[in-house]
Ligand binder design. Sequence first.
Ligand SMILES: O=C(O)C(=O)[C@H](O)CO
Ligand SMILES: [Mg+2]
Length: 269
Amino acid sequence: MPRFAANLSLMFGEWSFLDRFAAAADAGFPAVEFLFPYDHAPEAIADRLARNGLELALFNLPPGDWAAGERGLAALPDRFDDLKAGIERAIPYAEATGARRLHLMAGLADRGAAEARAAYRRAVLHAAEMLDARGIELLIEPINRRSMPGYFLDDFAFAEDLIRDLAQPNLRLQFDIYHRQILHGDVTMALRRLLPLIGHVQVASVPSRHEPDGEELNHPFLFDELDRMGYTGFVGCEYVPRAGTLAGLGWLRRSDLSHLVVPAKAGTL
Ligand SMILES: O=C(O)C(=O)[C@H](O)CO
Ligand SMILES: [Mg+2]
């Protein structure tokens, strides 16, 4: 089975953010990911990871003013300086935590507009170069527009073309199975074909974005398929639990978890 990373922005919301690390480790996860660590000092995050024996699989570069509705700056021509400052802000977190993958969000912009495409290309190239010097991968992720209306990067082919065209050694695809299924379907064949470009995988049920335990997709088949194709990275569990994080972990216990230590907590799983 793949190595699963609990997404601490969506899962374990029953705990305060810093306490989610212990909760995820207690539930058997070997790794975590989250959207943004910036409300906490890098050392505080690093301490929670170390204390709980967790690896940090991924986090996002600063997205601009999230509360005001921004969803990344990369495709916004006038925000290049803010984007550069965001990269500088994120690097100490990667260095303190040992994270080796950062996701750059594109922002809300019209992909048909030449200025937005040029801005995005410049931003991705700049971020990739900055991070490569530090041994960090830069990830870009197509996101469906039902979840994020107006999002610039809503097409896997566009992401693939850009990655191939820029040919940066550390520029990789964040393949979110949930978004892939909503945008284009054909998940298995896309995983197989894009495997050499993939730096991180995420998963949730479709269409409700809950536990990966059914609905539109056959998740056990997909997890086996990731093994069969030799994917060795993490699978981020980027879902909103239906009715409590621990109560919803049955899908994980039903998987072959020989690589995880899942404590038998009566009544919790
Ligand atoms: O929305 C997603 O799928 C993501 O992975 C982003 O990082 C956050 O919006
Ligand atoms: Mg995702």
